[in-house]
Design a protein around this ligand. Structure first.
Ligand code: SAM
Length: 266
């Protein structure tokens, strides 16, 4: 069966490639990649001579041809796991449509070490990738006002200040944040503090960044049980029906039963 293997590559340190990734890169007929110079450096370092073909969002015809002409193909993006904020997902869809078996090797990615090193809660998190530009950005930021999980974002250095400003507008200046910069590289740094302090600290940022925002406490919207009970009571409901109706509208069971009891006694 024809097979496409997505091969995660180091996000900085060349030793972070897995043994299995090297084995696959050696065995496949061809390695499709986002940037031939970058992937060639990795292959050279490990003495692998498999031919490389550049495939990205600007070369859909080449991707198509590649999958027609070869039966065992690897794909490596610039860095990290293909398909995470890069063109890998598109190639997967194309290969699946052509009946390829698709395998994804576990391996390096930027958001996992950033999240764990942030010191912020990791039990529940949401990966937002790069925030979009234009109108879609506003919608995405507004959606974050309801987000109760830790949020992980990717950002380019030249847009970091603007993104921090936008996040301060939503979360407030004192909200906890961690910025993971240049992970696994010489100038690796995980900075932890508030959004306002991050904005001041990274005035002229350099390198690659992951932003990790602490979870937001969204005030629970509790229904006004008294108002609802009065409203429903007027409709002539029995005590039991009133309790069920209150519960269906979000009133906690105990409280709903108390209102039903009062109704029965009235
Ligand atoms: N596929 C990659 C992955 O699995 O993480 C992500 C590719 S995306 C085009 C590039 C973004 O990942 C950068 O802008 C940055 O936000 C993040 N990134 C990649 N390498 C990084 C590193 N060494 N340190 C911090 N962030 C990094």
């Amino acid at each position: 069966m024809r097979k496409l293997v997505l091969v995660p590559t180091p996000i900085g340190h060349l030793a972070d490639v897995t043994l299995r990734a090297l084995e696959v890169l050696r065995q496949v007929e061809v390695v499709a990649c986002e940037d031939t110079r970058r992937t060639a450096k990795l292959l050279r370092h490990y003495g692998i001579a498999t031919p490389l073909v550049r495939v990205d969002q600007h070369t859909p015809d080449r991707a198509e041809r590649l999958l027609e002409e070869h039966a065992y193909v690897a794909y490596a993006s610039d860095a990290g796991t293909p398909g995470i904020s890069d063109p890998g997902a598109e190639l997967v869809a194309r290969a699946l449509a052509k009946g390829f078996r698709v395998e994804v090797l576990p391996g390096p990615t930027a958001f996992v070490p950033a999240l764990v090193a942030s010191g912020l809660p990791t039990a529940r998190f949401v990966f937002e990738g790069f925030l979009p530009t234009g109108r879609a950005r506003r919608r995405r930021l507004e959606a974050l006002t309801h987000e109760e999980r830790t949020v992980v974002l990717y950002e380019a250095p030249h847009r970091l200040a603007r993104t921090l400003d936008d996040l301060i507008a939503i979360y407030g200046p004192d909200h906890p944040v961690a910025l993971a910069r240049e992970l696994s590289k010489k100038h690796e740094e995980v900075w932890r503090g508030t959004l306002a302090a991050a904005r001041a600290r990274f005035e002229r940022p350099r390198g690659e960044f992951v932003i990790v925002l602490g979870p937001r406490e969204v005030p629970e919207e509790r229904p006004d049980a008294a108002a609802l009970a009065a409203e429903l009571g007027e409709a002539g409901l029995s005590g039991r029906a009133l309790a069920e109706a209150l519960e269906a509208r979000g009133v906690p069971r105990n409280e709903a039963r108390r209102w039903a009891y009062r109704k029965e006694k009235a």
